[in-house]
Design a protein around this ligand. Structure first.
Ligand SMILES: NC(=O)c1ccc[n+]([C@@H]2O[C@H](COP(=O)([O-])OP(=O)(O)OC[C@H]3O[C@@H](n4cnc5c(N)ncnc54)[C@H](O)[C@@H]3O)[C@@H](O)[C@H]2O)c1
Length: 270
């Protein structure tokens, strides 16, 4: 159901690769809610994914940009301003990738050049997108910035590897930049810590199916889907959450505060 929550708002949505992507669902819902936005992804993703299909559905354009490149981000903002005819009311950072995870390196055998790539792609790019926007004075007052995190920032999941450090950094950047942008421009910055979700990034983690099922069992409301995550993100882009900032918000069906459940006790007692 649409509520016109984002009517008149302009934004950028990163990270939509295919229909499983969290960002894909956000784009569909933002379009339904009356927002105008531009889609962007890494140039290499243009070939791999189906983002042009999504752009057609949302009646918008795709501007390729590598989120680790300041130059690409600047170009992205200049072209977005031209296309939308105004500055940003919302920005979704939905970007994550670890070469170490992708190439199956164990935590005791990390390649440090790749580790830095993990941090650059998955965390520093969040800072870069805000810094460039601040320098170009590209945020409107009361704009909302959202990044996507995972509970591995607080607790250890062996196969999540160096992505855990990237998520801890991402959440920290949300607090530091949230304070700065809040004071200077009344912009809010938050991260959403999402349930395991079956997407390209998610399924790249080995043992993903097991911790998906485990989280499902431990969450009283069950795992949150990408469509449900999109709904939550829209609420943060809307004017209904203007004083929510510098938070890491768990969107996980109750997983993060559950110890054990009767269902698990029963299963493990057998
Ligand atoms: N899937 C999960 O279980 C889960 C859980 C919690 C948080 N998250 C986070 O949600 C976000 C979105 O991931 P997803 O699950 O939708 O998977 P996804 O693979 O669909 O999205 C990840 C996106 O990052 C993009 N990307 C990678 N390198 C880039 C670069 N240099 N510049 C620009 N874009 C780049 C990819 O092209 C892709 O579109 C990520 O931050 C991920 O860590 C995912």
């Amino acid at each position: 159901m649409a509520y016109n929550l984002l009517k008149g708002k302009k934004g950028i949505i990163t990270g939509a690769l295919d229909e499983n992507s969290i960002a894909w669902q956000v784009a569909l819902r933002a379009h339904e809610e009356g927002a105008q936005f531009v889609l962007t992804n890494a140039p290499v993703a243009m070939r791999m994914g189906k983002i042009n299909e999504l752009a057609e559905k949302c009646k918008t354009i795709v501007i390729p940009a590598d989120a680790t490149s300041l130059e690409d981000i600047e170009k992205l903002y200049t072209q977005t301003a031209e296309h939308l005819g105004g500055n940003l009311d919302f920005l979704l950072h939905s970007i994550g990738m670890s070469p170490n995870v992708r190439k199956g390196k164990t935590y005791g055998d990390l390649n440090y050049d790749w580790f830095q790539k993990t941090l650059d792609i998955s965390a520093l790019s969040f800072h870069k997108m805000m810094q460039v926007a601040e320098k170009m004075d590209f945020f409107n007052e009361w704009a909302s910035v959202v990044g996507l995190s995972y509970i591995a920032a607080q607790r250890t999941y062996p196969d999540y590897s160096d992505m855990a450090q990237a998520k801890a950094m991402l959440e920290s950047i949300a607090r530091s930049y949230g304070q700065r942008l809040g004071r200077n421009k009344k912009v809010r910055v938050n991260t959403i810590s999402q349930s395991p979700t079956k997407t390209t990034a998610g399924s790249g983690i080995s043992g993903f199916d097991v911790f998906f099922d485990y989280a499902e069992m431990l969450s009283p409301l069950g795992n949150a889907t990408s469509a449900e995550c999109a709904d939550y993100i829209l609420s943060l882009f809307s004017d209904l959450t203007r004083k929510v900032t510098m938070q890491n918000l768990f969107h996980d069906g109750g997983f993060s505060t559950s110890g054990i459940t009767e269902e698990l006790v029963e299963k493990l007692s057998k």
